[in-house]
Design a protein around this ligand. Structure first.
Ligand code: ATP
Length: 455
C-alpha cells in the first residue's frame, strides 16, 4: 500500500508544526539523526506512557531498570555483538567515489562470480566493480572511556537496550526476589551505525527502544509468547494503527538470529512499503547462559518447589519508539475539504495526541472574553494538563493550526458564554477535530468530555 508523496507531506508537517527536525540542522544536519520538537516530545512521551501502561503497569509481574548506555565491552563480547552485529557491505572501487552500500537491501545488484567474489555497478558513479568482495561491517559505535585512547579503553554505545536488562537480571532477583515468570522493562536510547539511514525516522543511527525481557521456565515459553503477541496487538489498537495495516510475519528458521527458536516480526504498511515495525522473539536461555559464561557469575534460578536449578528462558517483545511514531503519523495523516477549503489534520487518538484541547476567546481584543476564556483554561488545565491557549489570528486559522497537530477538541468562549443570551450563559462551543462540527455545552460538560476522551 505504498503511497507516493505521503512521506514528503509527513516530513513537511513534522517540521512546520514542531514535531521532528533534522538533527543539528543549522550546521547542515547529521545523517541518521533527528531531533524531536515541542509537539514531537509530547507525542513520543504519550506513546511511551501507553506502552508502560500496557506492558508494565497493568501487570503484576513486571519491573523496570534504567541501565547505563556505556557498558563493559565484555557484555557485547558475551552477547555476540562484537563478533556478529554486522551488515554486509560493498565499497565502490572507483578512487574518486569510494562510496559504501549495504549489500542486502536492494540498493545494489550483486552478481555472484565463480571465484566467490561479486560483480556490481555503483548506483552513484556507474563504476563497474568486478572481483569485488562483500565484507561484514559491525554496526556498533565505538568510543573510549577515560583519558587513554588505546584498545584497552574502547567502549561501545549500546546497540540495543536489552543488554542493560540481562546484566541486571541478578540485581533484580537479589533485591526483589521475584518468582518466575516475571519481566524487566526498559525504555532508552540505542545506537546503530546503519550503513544507509533512510526513510525519515524509520532507520536511524540514534534511536529509542522499548524492550521487555520476560523470564520463564523452559516449559512455559509458548504461553508467554502468545500472551505478549496479543499485548502487542492491543498496543497497536490503542495507538490507533489500523488493523489491516499491521501484519505478522513468522520469520523462517533460516532468517532468524541464531539464538532465536521463534520470531514474529510485526510489519506495518508505511508509505514506502511494508516494513518491520516491532519484533517478538523466543531467545531460549541464550542470553543468560552467555552472560553466565562470560562473567563467571551464576545466573541460575532455584525453583523453590522442585529444588531444581536452571537458567530461565526469555521472551522478548522489542519495539522501536521512532518507528512507532512514524506509523502513528502515517496512519493519522488526513486531507479533506471543510467549509469549501482543503485542510490537513492528524486524526490522532485523543489518548496520544500531544495537545488534548485548545481554549480560545472568540476575539482577542475584548478583555471580558479573554478573562472568561482564561478562567475556562485554568479550570480545564486542572483536569487535563496537556492543553493549549491560542488567541492569535482569526478563529478559523486557530482551528487549522490545531487540526495539523491533531488536537481533538477546541473550546471557544464567545459573548453567549458571558450571558449575552441568558439561556447560554456559561456555555462554550466544543469543536470536534475530525468532523469540524461544533456543539454548545456547559463549561462543566465540555471539560468532562475532554477529560474522558484524553483517558
Ligand atoms: P531491521 O531489520 O529493520 O534493521 P532489526 O531486525 O535489526 O531491524 P531489531 O534488532 O529487532 O531490529 O530491533 C528491535 C526494534 O528496534 C525494531 O523492531 C525497530 O522497531 C527498532 N529499530 C531497529 N533498528 C532501528 C533503526 N535503525 N532505526 C529506528 N528503529 C530501529
Amino acid at each position: 500500500m505504498a503511497e507516493p508523496g505521503l512521506m514528503e507531506k509527513i516530513v513537511s508537517l513534522s517540521k512546520r508544526r514542531g514535531f521532528i527536525f533534522p538533527g543539528s540542522e543549522i550546521y547542515g544536519g547529521l545523517a541518521g539523526t533527528f531531533d524531536y520538537g515541542p509537539m514531537g516530545v509530547l507525542l513520543k512521551e504519550n506513546i511511551q506512557r501507553l506502552w508502560l501502561t500496557l506492558f508494565r503497569d497493568t501487570r503484576d509481574d513486571m519491573y523496570s531498570v534504567d541501565a547505563a548506555i556505556l557498558m563493559n565491552p565484555k557484555v557485547w563480547e558475551s552477547s555476540g555483538h562484537i563478533a556478529g552485529f554486522s551488515d554486509p557491505l560493498v565499497e565502490c572501487g572507483n578512487p574518486k567515489c569510494k562510496r559504501r552500500f549495504r549489500a542486502d537491501d536492494g540498493t545494489v545488484e550483486l552478481i555472484a562470480a565463480d571465484d566467490g567474489e561479486v560483480k556490481w555497478v555503483c548506483p552513484h558513479c556507474g563504476w563497474e566493480n568486478v572481483h569485488a568482495k562483500v565484507r561484514q561491517f559491525n554496526m556498533m559505535f565505538k568510543t573510549h572511556a577515560g583519558a587513554m585512547e588505546d584498545e584497552s579503553a574502547v567502549v561501545y554505545l549500546r546497540p540495543e537496550t536489552a543488554g542493560g536488562i540481562f546484566v541486571n537480571y541478578k540485581n533484580v532477583m537479589d533485591s526483589l526476589h521475584p518468582r518466575l515468570p516475571f519481566g524487566i522493562a526498559q525504555i532508552g536510547k540505542a545506537f546503530r551505525n546503519e550503513i544507509a539511514p533512510r526513510e525519515f525516522i524509520f532507520r536511524l543511527r540514534e534511536l529509542t527502544q522499548m524492550e521487555v525481557e520476560y523470564f520463564v521456565k523452559p516449559t512455559e515459553w509458548e504461553t508467554a509468547f502468545e500472551a505478549w503477541r496479543l499485548t502487542m496487538h492491543a498496543y497497536a489498537d490503542a495507538l490507533g494503527l489500523p488493523k489491516d495495516a499491521v501484519h505478522e510475519l513468522e520469520v523462517p528458521a533460516e532468517d532468524r538470529a541464531h539464538y532465536s527458536m521463534r520470531t514474529v516480526d510485526f510489519e506495518f504498511d508505511y508509505p514506502f512499503g511494508r516494513k518491520e515495525l516491532w519484533g517478538l522473539a523466543y531467545r531460549t536461555d541464550f542470553d543468560l547462559s552467555a552472560h553466565q559464561n562470560g562473567s563467571g557469575v551464576s545466573l541460575e534460578y532455584l525453583d523453590e518447589e522442585t529444588k531444581q536449578k536452571f537458567i530461565p528462558h526469555v521472551i522478548e517483545p522489542s519495539l522501536g519508539v521512532d518507528r512507532t511514531l512514524l506509523a502513528v503519523l502515517a496512519s493519522a495523516y488526513r486531507e479533506d475539504e471543510l467549509g469549501g477549503e482543503t485542510r490537513t489534520y492528524l486524526a490522532l487518538s485523543p489518548r496520544i495526541a500531544p495537545v488534548k484541547a485548545m481554549v480560545s476567546p472568540l476575539l482577542k481584543n475584548k478583555p471580558e472574553l479573554v478573562a472568561k476564556a482564561r478562567e475556562v483554561y485554568a479550570a480545564l488545565k486542572k483536569e487535563v494538563p496537556q492543553i493549549a491557549w491560542d488567541d492569535n489570528g482569526n478563529i478559523g486559522k486557530r482551528y487549522r493550526r490545531q487540526d495539523e497537530i491533531g488536537t481533538p477538541f477546541c473550546l471557544t468562549i464567545d459573548f453567549d458564554t458571558l450571558g449575552e443570551k441568558p439561556e447560554r450563559k456559561d456555555t462554550v462551543t466544543l469543536r470536534d477535530r475530525d468532523s469540524g462540527n461544533q456543539e454548545r455545552l456547559s463549561i462543566a460538560e465540555a471539560i468532562a468530555r475532554v477529560k474522558e476522551a484524553a483517558g
